[in-house]
Design a protein around this ligand. Structure first.
Ligand SMILES: Nc1nc2c(ncn2[C@@H]2O[C@H](COP(=O)(O)OP(=O)(O)OP(=O)(O)O)[C@@H](O)[C@H]2O)c(=O)[nH]1
Ligand SMILES: [Mg+2]
Length: 223
């Protein structure tokens, strides 16, 4: 029985990876840079996106697909910040988005009108690491309230991500959180990780983050 279970899982993953490849090709043809935001619940993905939409939503033609286990709260929050379409995917229990859900969400977006796409994944530091959604890169958001050891405890997520956003830095004065140790832990599992330090509450670090997004859109889809 155990062997059969593994085979089924492998087939599911193969199908997902094939679909993700198709999505990646579609986005590349349309010239859309796509970031898959992954994090534990409540790190501040939606808050960061709210700020991002305020600053560069129109400038960079940003579209968003949000994934939630239940409710479309995040999509509703983001739709208040932009006239552009925000697509909600309710996974109905699943702990991650998959490529089929993203492809379905993209069917109603006019990709010719989009230059930067964010997919806000389900808040979970485990499952989303294994699922390719056709993104240009995964960005792991983690916050100073989560503890410096998260990169070591959930290494796959940090290894699969090309960028990391350390959010809620406004709270640093109130916490025993060693920022240097957190960065060192993350670099231990992924030496290539590029960091941003933000507060979605105060806006600190947002200019650097938005400049990075501008650079990425200017540079086009990475190959
Ligand atoms: N102090 C502080 N609070 C923040 C910051 N960013 C987000 N929050 C708060 O953290 C809570 C969770 O923020 P969300 O943006 O909903 O987090 P999320 O990652 O989208 O959560 P899920 O989608 O449920 O995984 C909210 O109460 C936010 O107001 C920040 O930079 N500083
Ligand atoms: Mg959210």
């Amino acid at each position: 029985m155990a062997v059969r279970t593994i085979e089924v899982r492998e087939r599911v993953m193969e199908r997902n990876d094939a679909l993700a490849g198709e999505i990646r090709a579609t986005l590349a043809r349309a010239g859309v840079v796509a970031f898959n935001l992954v994090s534990s619940p409540g790190s501040g993905k939606t808050s960061l996106l709210e700020r991002t939409l305020d600053v560069v939503g129109e400038e960079l033609d940003v579209a968003v697909v949000t994934g939630d286990v239940q409710t479309q709260n995040d999509a509703d929050r983001l739709a208040r910040r932009t006239a552009r379409l925000v697509q909600a995917v309710v996974t109905g229990g699943a702990c991650h988005l998959d490529a089929l859900q993203v492809r379905t969400a993209l069917e109603v977006l006019d990709l010719e009108q989009v230059r930067l796409l964010f997919v806000e994944n389900v808040g979970n530091l485990v499952c989303p690491a294994s699922w390719d959604l056709g993104e240009s890169a995964k960005i792991v958001v983690f916050s100073v309230t989560e503890g410096e050891d998260k990169p070591l405890k959930y290494p796959k997520m940090f290894r699969q991500s090309r960028y990391a956003v350390l959010n809620k830095i406004d709270l640093l004065p109130h916490l025993r959180f060693d920022l240097d140790r957190a960065v060192a832990n993350a670099r231990e599992v992924n030496p290539e990780l590029r960091f941003f330090f933000t507060s979605a509450l105060t806006g600190e670090g947002l200019p650097e983050w938005c400049d990075f997004l501008r650079e990425q859109v200017r540079g086009g889809v990475p190959v």
